[in-house]
Write a protein that binds this ligand. Structure first.
Ligand code: GLU
Ligand code: MG
Length: 461
């Protein structure tokens, strides 16, 4: 029986009918239906409210060639993607339908991709994120996740980058300089129902950050998409340009896409109150060990572009070393305990080495699949690290089992290809396409200088 059987199509059609009436009452003229491609770029097809019912029931046509898009919109010839034949259907998830506060007249819904027979497309990242969350649930664990969004605000619409504010890192001056802009970012996110935890100017020139409350993993990835497009739209209204590129300029710090994860069993946070290091329970420690061990492979998903490796360098708070530590901002895995007494709700693991070019649905799937593999293997965590690994020499790092993460996209693709658990979790087609795409990007950017790579990537994600 296909996933979208006649009954399910009927349910979705009815839901869309009700939603469309509401949207028309709010003067909405278009619903942007988005998915994120394997290169981390959010792509869209839009329908007027009158066509939403049809879209929900039958999907919106889209070529499977989108699986093979590179960041410059060229289409590679992969083993399982890139041909001109076939049609997929984008089915908006109307449970997440949101009126876009910074784009008057527009609403948004994330899409799942199915084939014409009503089966999930094997390269649908959002469906994979949901399926991986369900695998964890079947083992009795509920995951909560959240993406931190860092971005850089540039002046005007030029291809170059000139920071839109000049105040110091974390400086109140920046908030004053871009006060109206910042107010509108917060107001728009609030109107969209996004549960913002914090907003601040970041370290880099023109850089800002929003962190949001943890939620169900698929919802967290949806929120990452919504937050970014909202920030972009507010910027446009202020004649500012927004970059989520891992490295807007070759020098300085980059834009991270850190992801937080916590797990609950029977309603209790298993990252607190346990017998392992810093109060982790045994299964939370194994989950974390599974993620840590697979970070070199996961970079093919979480640091998916050549520019990612301009960012992922030591002593830039990007987490360039595969190690973990409590509140260690140079460890790729930072264990966050929260203040004394808050562990039961606050304790979580943060993966810092990922950046904002990553497809958040693939990140959800990758992190959870790696953690599940860790639990299945009863993996053990090495000793935590409480220094900047870059401050140790090679012997000191070797003694503490600290390894440098891949320093190139090429190496990350090789590591991903060699990881049996991740390949099994992603399925043959998607796993092969990720490897093919990364290698195609390596070819695309071969011989480019860091300046050229930064320029190529600057306004894409
Ligand atoms: N911008 C840094 C990065 O590239 C992260 C700074 C922070 O720890 O928030 O990941
Ligand atoms: Mg930050």
């Amino acid at each position: 029986m296909p996933t979208l059987d006649p009954e399910e199509r009927e349910r979705r059609g009815k839901q869309a009918h009700t939603s469309a009436e509401k949207l028309t009452g709010q003067d909405i003229v278009g619903v942007a239906v988005t998915w994120v491609d394997n290169s981390g770029i959010t792509r869209v097809k839009a329908v007027p409210p009158a066509k939403l019912e049809n879209a929900a029931r039958w999907g919106i046509g889209a070529t499977p060639a989108f699986d093979a898009f590179l960041l410059d919109d060229s289409i590679m010839s992969g083993r399982y993607a890139g041909g001109p034949v076939g049609d997929l259907r984008l089915h908006p998830d109307l449970d997440r339908l949101t009126v876009l506060a910074a784009q008057p007249g527009w609403a948004w819904a994330p899409a799942d991709r199915y084939n014409q027979d009503g089966d999930v497309h094997p390269q649908c990242a959002r469906s994979l994120a949901r399926a991986t969350t369900d695998r964890l649930r079947a083992a009795g664990l509920e995951a909560s996740m959240a993406f931190e969004v860092e971005w850089t605000v540039g002046k005007g619409q030029t291809e170059d980058f000139e920071p839109a504010c000049t105040g110091p890192a974390y400086g109140m001056t920046r908030l004053v300089e871009l006060s109206g802009y910042s107010r509108e970012v917060l107001a728009a996110l609030a109107a969209e129902g996004v549960d913002v935890d914090q907003f601040h100017p970041e370290y880099g020139a023109g850089q800002f950050e929003v962190s949001v409350a943890a939620e169900d993993p698929v919802a967290a990835a949806d929120t990452a998409v919504l937050v970014r497009e909202t920030i972009r739209a507010v910027g446009m209204a202020h004649s500012l340009r927004t970059s989520f590129s891992p490295k807007v300029m070759p020098a300085g710090v980059g834009n991270g896409g850190h992801v937080h994860v916590s797990l609950r069993r029977d309603g209790e946070n298993v990252m607190s109150g346990g017998e392992a290091q810093f109060g982790l329970t045994g299964e939370a420690a194994s989950f974390t060990a599974g993620v840590l061990a697979r970070l070199p492979a996961l970079l093919a998903v979480g640091a998916p572009t050549t520019a990612s490796y301009l960012r992922l360098i030591p002593s830039h708070w990007a987490g360039a070393f595969a190690c973990w530590g409590r509140e260690n901002r140079e460890a790729a895995v930072r264990f966050v305990t929260g203040p004394l007494g808050s562990g039961s709700w606050a304790a979580n693991v943060e993966v810092k080495c990922f950046d904002a070019a990553a497809n958040p649905y693939l990140v959800v799937a990758g992190v959870l699949a790696a953690g599940i593999a860790g639990i299945e293997e009863s993996a053990e965590l090495p000793d935590p690290v409480d220094v900047d690994p870059a401050s140790l020499d090679d012997a000191g790092r070797a003694e503490r089992n600290i390894v440098a993460l891949p320093s190139s996209l090429h190496e990350a693709a090789d590591r991903f290809e060699a990881d049996a658990a991740l390949n099994a979790a992603f399925g043959t087609e998607l796993a092969a396409t990720i490897v093919d795409l990364r290698r195609a990007e390596v070819e695309l950017t071969a011989g480019m200088s860091p300046e050229e790579i930064a320029a190529l990537t600057r306004w894409k994600h």
